[in-house]
Design a protein around this ligand. Structure first.
Ligand code: ZN
Length: 308
């Protein structure tokens, strides 16, 4: 289909209200200006390889994550293509990583409030050490930092949409959150699901594989068979796909528990095939095992065989 025609149809629909043009079955898988439709009111926009979730059912827009650095113009263009009232009122950050917070300044300048977990703001507000790269990362400028934080859970309304959000302790960083568009049944989970990229454990913030499995269980209890689950990158997942990733992570957790308890390092584990026979492969298995082992050592009190 002609791309320009595509865009016109979407714009016409947007003028009529929200993402109406996308309701046509022919348009179901259409991509308009880097946006993938999830529901009539929710789209996933490409933020430089990371997913930006855009909700257009209230006054202006609400986003989950702002995309990677230098993707600001692309994200804003995509938002305009899906709704003429693309001014962002509220932005959630699922965690502090730059691929999720890279355009915070852009939307803060439009007057958006930025909501995140308390620990996400803490990580963004101080210089911190990046062990894998042997360097310090500078604190983010004040304009990029969350303006509103929470500890456990929160909820809000946007138009007629009920939005619930909550903390997922130590799943990928120390400040991961989910944002659940309850009325639309769309659940944004950030990097707590990783269908394409290697699952990552930011162990120096305290994240570890047991925390990841626990967080995935929390998300499975929120979801039902119709829930659309949006990870930080890659395609929108069904609950069954998400459950399969959770079960795989639990299998990896159980294998690593045993090996770390026996005193094996990441290299030994990899050479002994600790990740063999699983339904996914890793692009950098040694990095994953290194971070996972570090995380497990950080939670060594849970490795005791008598502790259930
Ligand atoms: Zn991340």
């Amino acid at each position: 289909m002609d791309r320009r025609l595509d865009r016109r149809q979407v714009l016409r629909g947007a003028v009529a209200g929200a993402f109406a043009a996308w309701a046509s079955p022919k348009m179901l898988n259409a991509q308009a200006g880097g946006a993938r439709r999830v529901t009539d009111q929710i789209a996933v926009v490409d933020g430089g390889g990371s997913n930006v979730v855009a909700f257009a059912g209230g006054d202006g827009m609400l986003l989950v994550d702002s995309g990677a650095p230098k993707s600001g113009d692309q994200v804003r263009g995509a938002l305009k293509s899906i709704s003429p009232s693309s001014k962002v009122q509220t932005l959630f950050n699922t965690h502090y990583h730059i691929d999720q917070t890279g355009n915070n300044e852009v939307f803060a300048a439009q007057g958006a409030k930025i909501i995140a977990h308390d620990r996400t703001r803490a990580w963004m507000s101080t210089d911190y050490w990046v062990p894998a790269e042997n360097r310090y990362e500078k604190a983010r400028p004040k304009d990029a930092r969350p303006t509103e934080t929470f500890q456990t859970t929160g909820s809000m309304k946007a138009g007629s949409e009920q939005i619930d959000y909550g903390y997922l302790p130590l799943a990928h960083t120390s400040g991961d959150i989910y944002v659940y568009f309850k009325t639309s049944n769309v659940l944004a989970v950030g990097d707590v699901a990783s269908p394409v990229r290697d699952p990552a454990l930011d162990y120096f913030t305290g994240a570890w594989i047991g925390g990841r499995v626990d967080a995935m269980d929390v998300l499975l209890r929120l979801a039902n068979d119709q829930t659309k689950i949006v990870p930080a990158s890659g395609p929108v997942m069904t609950k069954a796909e998400f459950k399969a990733e959770r079960d795989l992570m639990e299998e990896v957790r159980a294998r690593l528990f045993k090996r770390v308890r026996e005193g094996d390092g990441p290299k030994d584990m990899l050479e002994d095939g600790v990740l063999k026979g699983l339904s996914r492969t890793w692009k950098d298995p040694e990095k994953f095992l290194y971070d996972a082992a570090k995380g497990l050592w950080g939670h060594h009190n849970k490795l005791d065989p008598n502790v259930v």
